[in-house]
Design a protein around this ligand. Structure first.
Ligand code: M6R
Length: 617
């Protein structure tokens, strides 16, 4: 939620800030703003509502603003509606309207996160004659920094520290002080921020791809730490103001990873990256022919229960994982939405394994669930995509999915990589506990997934045709049983989040307990049907809704041609051991969601109201 950037160095800051923000727009895109400082001069603040392009136009691609030090923000509104006044940066003085121009303020800042007690802090500041121009929690925190800065006169680190002691909530905060024109100060709690340096220049961003064009040398700032950033150098401090030594990490990420590379949208590019991502994720854990997972075999042998926790698609991957683990091992699995798990007062067996699944590694609810599990002394295993993210760093053990940067808000390749991670864990667990005697056979079958995904991608024209024909519909239902049902959950989310078609995933056997009353002439019902034991049953459920007027589409396996006699449109996926079928059936559903959104003329990569990384509750 919200992306923040910063630059201090030898080049003009504004074009660099805009370029970095353009790679963070997936984090929020209802308004954007930058503040740039030219030596000792006042900071110049410019903001615009809507996408970043509006801001860029306003400042002529950055050329209209002069200065070597600056900060920027792209917003996903939490406190205060999207407007230029509520857009960041915020200042300690007054900044009403769209561009405040040169501001008189001593403190200017941007923020990603939520200040929970901002009302109480605002009241305190009102008593000290501060006046507020916006409805944001960020303006409050900037003014509080200004208050302590002037009250104690001990410098920026002291002022920020005193502020943070008073603040409840989450933040990645970037602040510039009028008296320190060539420096930027940052602070972090439960929201991501990284700092990169190269000769004579420093860059700040919410994530690595935003600055990868400029440097590969990156510092990870820890929770409850602060940093002072000058041109080409960084100093870190703890909450006492004592300096903390830190070494940079070289990030292995190519600048092209964050480009569209000829595809019209990031989502389509990422859909096509799946064969490679699946292969890389699989091979990252196979060494000398066996699966290497960083969990002690003795613990795997004795654990009595697994909890898989995540949000959105990560939760859906967990549901697939539940079916697969329970098929391959004797361990019962519960899948929990992180937002429920964290507040649930339930007994948790001491010898449980808690698996946190997250692409970003920053999702607030999943992070809180991880901490809740750790508080109960449970072993936590994170399946995470973003290296160095909070969940990856705090979990007892981490498995990195090898999806690379995922820019489209709707996840595709990260979900596919999460499935692989969960299959590997299931096979490892089954092997250690003796329920699997030939793990190689299963791993060999997994090796076929990439080429089978390639084959499905070649069928995309048919799916595009189908989507164009049905783009006008209002409702869709995805039905299936077992692993197919788990796969439907993800297919349905893909459809609704980017094409805005209302869609629901249902366990096929559950439809007739209420939802079937919604079926009328022309309602689109998509049935996923790949599981041997359940095939006839799901087919019957499809026929039932078909006889009530539904238009039927099916996703099934090559060879199951009897589907064609019963449904109106069929997509075939290559044959695979049915345990891994979700890795194939999800592909046509991703394409379906994509082509529906394109046919409806929507912004595929940045669907309304959403942000890629949900760092607020
Ligand atoms: O970064 P995470 O995997 O923790 O994110 C979880 C969800 O917010 C995410 O999967 C979301 O549902 C996506 N929009 C799905 O496409």
């Amino acid at each position: 939620m919200c992306g923040i950037v910063g630059y201090v160095g030898t080049r003009q800051a504004a074009p660099i800030l805009l370029s970095a923000l353009s790679r963070l727009e997936y984090r929020g895109y209802d308004s954007a703003g930058i503040a740039v400082r030219d030596g000792a001069e006042l900071a110049e603040v410019v903001k615009a509502t809507g996408k970043l392009a509006n801001l860029s136009m306003k400042v002529d691609g950055g050329k209209a603003l002069k200065g070597f030090c600056g900060i920027g923000h792209t917003r996903w509104a939490t406190h205060g509606e999207p407007s230029t006044t509520n857009a960041h940066p915020h200042v300690s003085g007054n900044c009403l309207g769209s561009g405040c121009g040169p501001v008189e303020s001593d403190v200017v800042g941007v923020h990603n996160g939520i200040i929970e007690n901002y009302q109480e802090l605002k009241e305190k500041l009102l008593k000290h004659d501060y006046r507020f121009y916006s409805n944001t929690d960020t303006e409050v925190v900037i003014k509080l920094i200004d208050y302590y800065y002037k009250k104690y006169k001990l410098g920026p680190i002291d002022a920020i520290n005193r502020t943070l002691v008073r603040v409840r909530g989450t933040y990645a905060l970037e602040v510039m002080f009028k008296d320190y024109p060539d420096e930027i100060y940052v602070a972090r709690k439960d929201a991501p921020i990284i700092i990169g340096t190269s000769a004579g220049e420093s860059f700040i961003a919410s994530d690595v791809p935003a600055i990868i064009n400029y440097t590969q040398s990156v510092y990870y700032i820890d929770n409850l730490e602060l940093a002072r950033i000058c041109a080409g150098s960084v100093h870190f401090y703890d909450l006492n103001g004592d300096e903390v030594p830190k070494e940079p990490t070289k990030v292995e990420l190519s600048p092209q990873a964050a480009e569209k590379e000829g595809f019209e949208h990031f989502m389509m590019k990422e859909i096509h990256e799946q064969p490679r991502v699946v292969k890389d994720t699989l091979h990252s854990a196979i060494k000398d022919g066996s699966i290497h997972i960083d969990i002690d075999d003795e613990f795997l042998k004795k654990l009595s229960r697994i909890y898989i926790v995540g949000c959105g698609s990560a939760y859906h991957a967990g549901v697939v994982g539940q079916y697969v683990i329970e098929r391959l091992t004797d361990v019962p699995v519960r899948v929990e939405l992180a937002s429920e798990f964290r507040y649930r007062k339930m007994p948790l067996a001491k010898d449980s394994l808690v698996i946190l699944v997250s692409q970003s590694g920053e999702t607030a609810d999943t992070l809180a669930a991880l901490r809740a599990a750790k508080e109960k002394s449970l072993f936590t295993y994170a399946i995470v995509n973003v290296v160095g993210s909070s969940i990856a760093r705090e979990a007892d053990s981490v498995f990195y999915t090898m999806a690379g940067p995922e820019i489209a808000v709707a996840t595709t390749k990260a979900y596919s990589a999460q499935l692989i991670a969960l299959y590997l864990l299931a096979i490892k667990l089954g092997t250690v506990r003796g329920s699997i005697t030939d793990p190689k056979e299963l791993v060999d079958e997994m090796e076929t997934i990439p080429e089978k995904i390639e084959a499905i991608l070649k069928e995309r024209d048919r799916i595009q045709w189908f989507a164009a024909k049905f783009a006008h519909i209002k409702d869709a239902f995805f039905i299936g049983r077992g692993i197919d049902y788990a796969s439907c959950l993800e297919g349905s989310l893909k459809m609704k989040e980017i094409s805005y078609v209302h869609s629901e995933a249902y366990a096929a056997g559950e439809l007739k307990h209420g939802t079937i009353s919604l079926i009328e002439d022309g309602t689109l019902v998509i049935g996923v049907n790949t599981q041997d034991e359940l095939f006839e049953k799901t087919l019957s459920n499809l026929v039932e809704v078909g006889s009530r007027g539904a238009y039927l589409a099916a996703i099934t396996e090559n060879g199951r041609y009897s589907m064609e006699d019963s449904v109106n449109f069929t997509v075939y996926t290559p044959r695979i051991n049915e345990i891994f079928s979700a890795s194939l059936t999800v592909i046509p559903m991703q394409l379906l969601g994509y082509y529906f959104a394109v046919a409806r003329g929507l912004d595929v990569d940045k669907p309304r109201n959403l942000a890629k990384s949900v760092t607020v509750e």
